[in-house]
Design a protein around this ligand. Structure first.
Ligand SMILES: *Cc1c(COP(=O)(O)O)cnc(C)c1O
Length: 383
């Protein structure tokens, strides 16, 4: 076996970094500049966020819902990761547990572990397009379960749930008496056979806490502006004290900078559809390239072609490799020998799988996957 070191740029990103090949819409930049220059936002904001921003988010999300959200349903956060922090802390109580998807987005586990909220994992089923294994949800839940989390479009799986499946999730949660937390930070980033449907559409079946941000759809992950939205036409969160707990937590935490909040109405109202469709087209092409090229690599199988977000999960067949002990070993050696970074599946709860990010320039993507192929051939058994 030979190894080689390549000085070229790293090709596939392991973490969520801005896909720099996509220019930020000039509109979003102008909205920030206008907000700063207006001198209207050189002040502290209300702990739940300024009204015009909450109103704009309520309008934005109501487009896809069967009922109208009110600004009071919206809480501004310092990005979607902060939304997760607030919700986990607001729902945690001694003896409680929460149901999380496997594979999943690790921030939920880390937050829950920090505050001693017990975590139980239900499976997403690769052969069924990464749908939720609803039987395992039912088997895991008990009277101390507070909520289940879904991520749609999916990170790390790149799947998009159908409307029928979301309805079944809602009905299952209702039967179990638990809330649904819907992480929709990749909302509308869907390019497969079915459209993105927000979980909040089923808010009359089960109360839904939707989390999102401008990070991914507007490709400004460092701007730190996110939200928690209660899609709950029956007012269950108010009666059960969940809304109070969210407000109590926000009262003692830091807010997104006021001028960023001030720019939200312009960013949400004025971004043109062609900005989004350009991003979707580029991402869809990248997903196609990624899926087709990965098929040529013997030790990797991809059970489900990505149809949303920016990621795909693939399974490693270690029996075909000579000197690789597991997914972490694969990723470390790949980074060392080929300067290509992919995330070991163990980081998202699936040992001996890999999560590959395809939101990079198409030429870099091709080069990166070619390097993975060369690496796999070099480490193949009977090479
Ligand atoms: C990126 C990401 C977040 C965090 O979003 P920020 O707005 O950057 O904090 C939350 N959930 C998922 C699934 C993500 O991929």
């Amino acid at each position: 076996m030979s190894t080689r070191t390549i000085a070229g740029p790293p090709s596939l990103s392991a973490t969520v970094t801005p896909p720099c090949f996509l220019a930020i819409g000039p509109l979003a930049e102008d909205a920030i500049v206008d907000a700063v220059r207006s001198a209207k936002f050189n002040c502290y904001a209300h702990p739940v966020g300024i009204l015009p921003a909450r109103r704009a988010i309520a309008e934005y999300l109501s487009h896809d819902l069967p009922y109208q959200l009110s600004p009071d349903d919206v809480y501004l956060t310092v990005g979607c990761n902060n939304s997760i922090e607030v919700l986990i802390c607001a729902l945690a109580s001694p003896g409680a547990n929460i149901l999380l998807p496997r594979p999943g987005y690790p921030m939920y586990e880390s937050r829950a572990a920090f505050i001693n909220l017990e975590v139980r994992h239900f499976d997403l089923i690769p052969e069924r397009g990464w749908e939720v294994d609803l039987d395992s949800v039912e088997a895991l839940a008990d009277e101390s379960t507070v909520a289940m989390v879904i991520v749609n479009p999916g990170n790390p799986c790149g799947n998009v749930f159908t409307e029928q499946h979301l309805k079944k999730v809602a009905e299952t949660a209702r039967k179990l008496g638990i809330f649904v937390i819907a992480d929709e930070v990749y909302d509308h980033l869907a390019f497969g056979s079915h459209p993105f449907v927000p979980m909040g559409k089923f808010g009359s079946i089960v109360p839904v806490l939707t989390v999102g941000s401008i990070s991914k759809r507007w490709i400004v992950p460092g701007w730190r502006l996110g939200w928690i939205v209660t899609t709950d036409p029956n007012g269950v969160f108010n009666k059960s004290g969940v809304s109070d707990n969210i407000r109590r937590y926000l009262n003692i935490s830091a807010d997104p900078p006021t001028f960023i909040q001030g720019a939200v109405p312009e960013i949400l109202d004025k971004t043109k559809d062609d900005f989004f469709s350009k991003i979707i087209n580029i991402t869809k092409e990248a997903a196609d390239i990624c899926y087709d090229r990965l098929k040529e690599i013997h030790c990797i199988t991809c059970p489900h072609k990505p149809e949303g977000s920016m990621f795909v999960m693939v399974k490693l067949n270690l029996l075909l490799l000579e000197d690789i002990s597991d997914d972490t070993d694969f990723c470390l050696k790949l980074a060392r020998e080929e300067s290509v970074v992919v995330l070991p599946g163990v980081a998202v709860g699936m040992k001996n799988w890999l999560r590959i990010t395809f939101a990079i320039e198409h030429s870099s993507l091709e080069e990166g996957i070619a390097r993975i192929k060369a690496f796999c051939q070099r480490h193949a058994k009977n090479h």
